[in-house]
Design a protein around this ligand. Structure first.
Ligand code: SAH
Ligand code: SF4
Length: 364
């Protein structure tokens, strides 16, 4: 069998190479892979961590994804939506705490009122923060014109996870109706990229029915789509979802963590200059999960800035961390945690280098 050392020397991986790396079970091999990815990260994007303040501004959602705790059919969730003033207060906090970017995330709503509201919010946030904050949107599938309207209003980045690049698996993890169409999701991602956003996608790792081959295809999909930023993390069960019935057939939680770290490391080797998020889902598995993600090649962290009183109602999965904490408590400990692993919090925007180079190539 080809060794990890030999594969890591290559500049382009075949699907078989990726499957081999994803299938690592030996601790030393895993260490070697992660170390290699970290050295590539060091040389390309540096030992800097970019913070994006996450604002989970609403849990209202029209969709019913079978894995997600805030799916519309979950009647046990108290639905909320922050007011514009509450959102602006968070952005003010973000600027004061040297954040250079925020992520506005919510369940999916698509109607004119929602579109209009987001457009106004983007304009107000840009004005109130003297254009010092980059805005990432993560509010699901929308029409081409809506994405364009928000881009023109000033949002620079969009995060829409494909969830899985396998249409077959996508069908198994969503209800079978037009609101949950793989083709639409893919089209949305293409539209986002075409409009000019820094384009982010990602997948869940360790889903029921998912194979290692699916995950290898996911990494190749991300590369082939020329994606600028990636947020991918372990699938975690939520008690009030249809997928909870599979909880005993999932990969053991530690293996899900290690597999997620290998996914990050391989992606860093495949695409050295993109931004990769160390997700909260990693931190849910173990308190040092995000740091482990950074050590495997990730370079972005999204601290939760959602006001404390709403956090308990934005539980995509069980055991989400920091739901009782205020934002500032989390941030103080974060700076120290980064220092501890030899990383520093960056103070520049941290636009995806991949995006900047892709854009320059188009212009030239
Ligand atoms: N509604 C938007 C954004 C919020 S959901 C959207 O769906 O795009 C953000 C992400 O949370 C999803 O893309 C999904 O990958 C992730 N997620 C949802 N349920 C999850 C679970 N049970 N475990 C891990 N990640 C989950
Ligand atoms: Fe809604 Fe997003 Fe959860 Fe699907 S993953 S139910 S779209 S919040």
């Amino acid at each position: 069998m080809i060794s990890v050392t030999e594969i890591s020397k290559k500049t382009n991986f075949s699907k078989e190479d990726i499957i081999r790396l994803l299938s690592i079970t030996d601790k030393n091999e895993q260490k070697e892979l992660l170390r290699k990815a970290y050295s590539v990260k060091d040389k390309t994007v540096g030992r800097k961590v970019y913070l994006r303040g996450l604002i989970e501004f609403s849990n209202l959602c029209q969709k019913n994804c079978l894995y997600c705790g805030i799916r519309s059919a979950n009647a046990k969730v108290t639905r909320y939506s922050l007011t514009d003033e509450e959102i602006l207060a968070v952005t003010e906090f973000a600027v004061k705490n040297q954040f250079t970017g925020i992520v506005l995330q919510s369940g999916e709503q698509s109607n004119r009122d929602f579109t209009q509201r987001i457009t106004n919010l983007i304009t107000r946030i840009k004005q109130a923060t003297h254009h010092e904050l980059r805005i990432t949107l993560s509010v699901g599938e929308q029409s081409f014109n809506t994405y364009k309207e928000w881009f023109e209003a000033g949002a620079e980045r969009y995060l829409l996870r494909i969830e899985t690049s396998s249409e077959e698996l996508y069908r198994k993890i969503h209800p079978d109706n037009a609101l949950h169409s793989f083709k639409t999701r893919l089209q949305c991602l293409e539209n986002i990229q075409q409009i000019g956003y820094q384009t982010g996608t990602g997948v869940m790792i360790g889903l029921p029915f998912q194979t290692i081959e699916n995950l290898a295809d996911d990494l190749l999909f991300i590369k082939q789509m020329n994606i600028d930023m990636v947020g991918m993390g372990p699938y975690l069960e939520h008690v009030n979802t249809p997928f909870f019935i599979y909880k005993d057939s999932l990969l053991p939680i530690n293996e899900r963590l290690n597999l997620s770290l290998r996914m990050i490391a391989i992606l860093r080797l495949l695409m050295p200059d993109i931004n990769i998020v160390a997700t909260t889902a990693l931190q849910t598995i173990t308190p040092m999960g995000r740091e482990m993600g950074l050590k495997a090649g990730a370079n972005v962290v999204m601290p939760n800035l959602t006001p404390g009183k709403y956090r308990g109602n934005y539980l995509l999965y069980d055991n989400k961390p920091c739901i009782d904490e205020d934002a500032d408590e989390c941030i103080n400990c974060l700076a120290n945690r980064m220092k501890m692993i030899g990383e520093e919090i960056a103070n520049d925007y941290g636009d995806s280098i991949h995006f900047t180079q892709r854009k320059n190539r188009v212009v030239m």
